[in-house]
Structures are given as C-alpha cells and as structure tokens.
Write a protein that binds this ligand. Sequence first.
Ligand code: NAD
Ligand code: SER
Length: 319
Amino acid sequence: MSKIIVIGACGQIGTELVLRLRKINGNDQVIAADLRDECPAIIQNGPYIKMDVLDRSFVRDFIISESIDEVYLLAALLSATAEKNPDFAWKLNMEGLFTILDLAKEGSIKKVFWPSSIAVFGPTTPKINTPQRTVMEPSTVYGISKQAGERWCEYYFNNYGVDVRSIRYPGLISYTSLPGGGTTDYAVDIFYKAKMSEDFICFLSENTMLPMMYMDDAIRATIELMQAPSENIKIRSSYNLSGCSFTPKEIAEAIQQRNPDFRITYQPDFRQKIADSWPGSIDDEAARNDWGWKENYNIDKLVDVMLENVDISLLNKEL
Ligand code: NAD
Ligand code: SER
C-alpha cells in the first residue's frame, strides 16, 4: 500500500482529493499537509502536518523519514491572486515543484502528481477546441509558472525517469471548500448568492466562455491518471482535460430555470483580461485515448448538484 502526502491539502481541490485518496488507501496512509495551523474539520479523519512547501529541508526530511511513496503537490497561488504578487507567485509555484521533483529524481518518491491549468494557453492560442499541442504564450504570471512547470516535469521524466503526471485542470466547481483566488471562481460564488436569494455581480462579462469541470470529475481524472500503467502515460508535460464550457450568462440562465427570481449583473474587473487570454473549450482527445478519460458532468448536472449541496455556512467558517 502506497504512503501518500497531499501538499496544499486544505484548499479547494486538496480537501476533496484527501477524502477520496483516504477512501481508496485507508485514512492513515494519506497525510494532509498545508501551511495552515489546523486543517478543515472535513479532513480531520487522518494525519495532518503543518508544512511550508518553501521550507525545502523540512519537506525533504519529512518525506524521507515518513517513507512517502506518492506526492500530490497542490500548493500554489492561483491566477488572480498571483497577478497581485507576481514575484511571490513565481517563487511559490516553482520552488516547491523542484523540491519534489528532486526527491523523485533521487529515488525517495515513486510518483508525483502536479496540476497544471488552462492558464498555460494565451491570447495567441486557438480558442475553440484548443489542441493538446499548439501555440502557448501565456500572459499571466500564473500561466507562465504553469508552463515552466510543465517543461520541467517533462524534463525530469525524460532525463531522470521521474514518474510525474499532470492535468491541465479547467476551472473547478465544488461545494466542499471555497475556491482560492482564481479567475474561474465566479462560477462557484454564483451558487452561494443563488442559495442566499441575493443578486450576483459577476466580475466577468456575460459572454466570456471558459472551460469548467465539476470537482467530482476532476478528482476521478486525477486518480485515474495516477493509477494508469506508466506506459499509457504518453504525455509527461500535462494533459488537456475537458468537462463542459459555459459563459456567465449560460450558467445564470441554468440557475434561473431552477430559481426564476435569481438575478445577475456584470461588472468586469482585472480578471476579465485574464479570462480573455484563456481558451473557451478544450480538445482532450489525448487523455481519452491514453488513459480512457470521460467526463460525467455537463452544465445541467453540475448546476443541480451545486444548488442542492452549497452550504452558505461555509462562508462564515472560512472567513
Ligand atoms: P487553493 O488556493 O484552494 O488551495 C491551495 C492550498 O495550498 C491552500 O490550502 C493553501 O493554504 C496551501 N498553500 C499555500 N501556500 C503554501 C505553502 N507555502 N506550503 C504549503 N501549503 C501552501 O487552490 P486549489 O484550487 O486547490 O488548487 C490546487 C492546485 O491546482 C494549484 O496548483 C492550482 O494552480 C491548480 N489548479 C486549480 C484549479 C481550480 O480551478 N481550482 C484549476 C487549475 C489548476
Ligand atoms: N481556476 C484556475 C484559476 O482561475 C485556473 O487554473 O486560476
């Protein structure tokens, strides 16, 4: 049985990934690690360690002494937060990755998962059905860090045989934990306003189409990718992955079909420029062919599950 650590475990993806990995591997086999003093109650069913991924010697000592086999490295600044602090975003998003890739190169870790993003693409990338391999000129510090990270993952695989696997996640929609400062966060925020019967002011314009995915699909994709035989993983930079694409107007209309009083207005801010540089939809044929990816959630299923499960008390807990 593999011993696993999830670094950045208290965030939007980490909380759900830890829960799913513990279900598969056993609670004690999956260590949650994050900068926070305490982890959210939902992942207190197993071990937790306070860890700063930038503290290279602490991370190295812990992983070696605990005989960790697999690392899921999630700690990062997301697109909107990163634009406000580019120097630190570059440092955080790159240094932790090198610490983990080096441990794998030395043989201390057997497998690494590191997430990339649709942010690796830029304004010169074809916007519709963006191919796996295409023009990539990201214009945000977040996108630049993800693109550089992809190159390094591939380099460590090609030159040192590091078993590193990655997905270019679309914007992720979930209700277990709040999103952490991305450009796609509006598509989560909107459900809290709908649930509170309040109007929603969207920070993107009504026709901004972006690739999105329900968290359940994203977690399943991550685990399927990590469980796939090594020889099936033909791409060691990062895989395109598609769930469903929609605009703020389309998701608002889907909510209005279920809740006719819901109202949305639009006040685009600095995040509009980031969104305008990203694809509207993604071609993920390689993931489908190589390890059998298929999404389960379309926009209707996603809206149903979010409206049913969003818990507004989370807003107070996370403040
Ligand atoms: P998040 O912001 O919700 O969570 C990140 C977690 O990392 C937080 O709990 C934070 O406390 C922790 N962290 C920050 N600095 C740390 C440090 N120095 N040491 C240890 N922990 C630290 O982010 P998320 O949405 O869960 O994203 C996780 C990863 O997935 C990131 O790499 C992100 O770029 C990527 N990703 C996310 C999305 C999305 O829509 N959520 C889309 C594409 C890619
Ligand atoms: N959801 C992420 C963001 O908006 C995409 O990587 O930053």
